[in-house]
Design a protein around this ligand. Structure first.
Ligand code: AMP
Length: 538
């Protein structure tokens, strides 16, 4: 049983002590919470509220609830002995286990400090509002982490460094992962599209915390915005941390780079011989991206230098850097061979080799149209940052050399997205474009027709996605007339727009007028009669 909010706020330490500890089990169903959750039963002592808001005073083991929710475990109601009983002994609503089963807070209501839902309960340890056991567990973990961080901040850097380098690291399944049933793990992999082959492949992790990384690395992950691992990371990181050979395949943008970088970082962290790891990438752009990500993740870790060995940049500085006790080499094969041929650099200290093949299935490029140069530059940057796709902008300020490079890049699959102003709208046959997005609707139907025509040239079929708003209201009816016959389902906002109906009505009126002025077999006698009448009147 749990205390009503108001009572909890007012209660004294003595009252707290009167609460008796009791271990609860969840009802059947193999919930992950089973036997891991302790609740303290406290007799309700107040009558002020409807007792709809309670203090959570159970002890929850690390990671239990959040991950349980992630795994889609049903929101198992608490067993009979968990149900709250008020003074009259009547049953109250069971305490919510998972955040997702809690409703959102109404204005003015307490808000869960973790997820923002209705803060129905008060955490007994911190007096903060939480919505469920899951969020209480998360909240306590966050609080612990903050306290830890505070403590570690108090250590001097060199102490922390020495500690980091002297503590051996071995990956083993986290207790939470070990506690999962085989069926749950298989279900998780199925849901996330993780397929594995091989002997004794370790279970995937569900959170980065399951890896037992040093604090600095965990902070770097947070700072890079990596809150939860992607599916390829979940499975690949434990395998990599065990030092096993891996052949992995996942889509572009799925987080492959961090999936191999994190085990590499952990492996080379304590290596004293340099260089310790070699990462080969097929292109300069990819190598640069990998190095950027490696630097982000390695920030603050001791002696973790990287070197980039790629063509198209001067060789001497790269050679010089290579000789500065770097831990990780990130190279394109051509430049690496060039360096090995001409210098005395030895690579016998290398223990880990990663080949980032990046041979993606051919995906036709996307052509996005916007209405101004600045829009093209900004959107191209944003798409690249958010999706990791290779993007470029095309507009009238690009020089002829740049334009040629972009068009060649499009043909050679260097670019996956081109954001362009109207300059690419007509003329050129961009045969491999299959998808056009009119991010800004052009100002005329003529231009629109040319732009959507970029998808599906030479008899190939293609798709166009058009964003349209009231700025283009004068074109509504024309667009509908043009697009509807293709079988496209049009948004009701467009079909129900008063502008569209107005345009349609005017067009029909114009047609009627036109029809009445045309001479046909049906109306010729009427026209003659009218003409005669007019003449006789004159
Ligand atoms: P990649 O597939 O390795 O090229 O990664 C694509 C993008 O996703 C990059 O911008 C990464 O920084 C980002 N990324 C990788 N892992 C995560 C993660 N766990 N959470 C959020 N973003 C990630």
């Amino acid at each position: 049983m749990f205390l009503p909010r108001s009572v909890k706020v007012k209660r004294t330490p003595d009252e707290d002590r009167s609460c008796t500890a009791k271990k609860h089990k969840l009802s059947s169903g193999g919930s992950l919470l089973e036997e891991t959750t302790e609740f303290q039963d406290c007799k309700s002592v107040g009558t002020e509220t409807s007792a709809s808001t309670y203090s959570l005073s159970e002890t929850v083991q690390e990671h239990t609830e959040p991950a349980a929710a992630d795994l889609g475990v049903a929101n198992t109601p608490l067993g009979k002995d968990n149900q709250n009983t008020d003074e009259d002994g009547s049953l109250e609503e069971p305490i919510k286990s998972f955040s997702k089963s809690q409703r959102w807070a109404e204005p003015g209501e307490p808000v869960c400090v973790v997820c923002g839902r209705y803060g129905e309960y008060i955490c007994d340890k911190t007096d903060e509002d939480v919505c469920s056991l899951e969020c209480k567990a998360k909240h306590l973990l966050q609080t612990q982490a903050k306290e830890k961080q505070l403590r570690s901040d108090q250590c001097t850097d060199s102490q922390a460094e020495a500690h980091l380098l002297n503590t051996p690291y071995f990956y083993k399944d986290h207790s939470f992962i070990l506690g999962l049933q085989d069926e749950q793990v298989e279900n998780l992999k199925l849901q996330l599209g993780i397929a594995v082959q091989g002997q004794q492949v370790p279970r995937p992790i569900v959170e980065f915390e399951h890896c037992g990384f040093p604090e600095t690395l965990n902070n770097n992950l947070m700072n890079s915005g990596y809150e939860v691992p992607t599916p390829i990371q979940m499975q690949m990181i434990p395998v990599g941390l065990l030092g096993r050979d891996i052949l992995a395949s996942a889509d572009t943008g799925s987080g492959k780079t961090a999936a191999f970088l994190l085990p590499v970082i952990m492996k080379v962290l304590k290596e004293t011989e340099t260089p310790s790891a070699l990462i080969l990438a097929p292109t300069r752009e990819l190598a640069i991206q990998i190095e950027r990500q490696a630097k982000e993740l390695m920030a603050g870790l001791p002696n973790m230098r990287t070197v980039l060995l790629v063509g198209g940049l001067p060789l001497p500085p790269q050679l010089h850097r290579l000789k500065q006790s770097v831990k990780v080499i990130i190279a394109t094969p051509g430049r690496l061979l060039e360096i090995l041929k001409q210098s005395s650099v030895q690579l016998h200290s290398i223990k880990i080799v990663v080949v980032d093949e990046d041979k993606k299935l051919f995906k036709p490029p996307v052509l996005v149209f916007v209405d101004c140069k600045l829009g093209a530059d900004l959107l191209s940057d944003a798409v690249h940052k958010i999706t990791g796709l290779q993007c470029t902008a095309m507009h009238s300020e690009k020089s002829q050399v740049e334009r040629t490079d972009i068009l060649q890049g499009l043909l050679q699959e260097k670019y996956e997205v081109i954001v362009s102003t109207g300059v690419l709208g007509r003329g050129l046959d961009l045969v491999n474009v299959k998808l056009v997005v009119n991010f800004d609707m052009p100002s005329t139907m003529d231009e629109y027709v040319h732009q959507v025509g970029r998808a599906g040239r030479l008899g190939h079929s293609g798709t166009a996605i058009t964003f349209i708003n009231n700025n283009s209201k004068k074109l509504f009816w024309d667009v509908v007339k043009r697009v509807k016959p293709t079988g496209t389902i049009l948004p009701p906002q467009l079909l129900n727009s008063p502008y569209l109906h107005d345009q349609k009505r005017r067009e029909q009126q114009r047609l009627k007028q036109l029809q009445s002025s045309l001479v046909t077999g049906d109306n010729i006698m009427d026209i003659i009669k009218k003409h005669n009448k007019n003449n006789s009147q004159r």
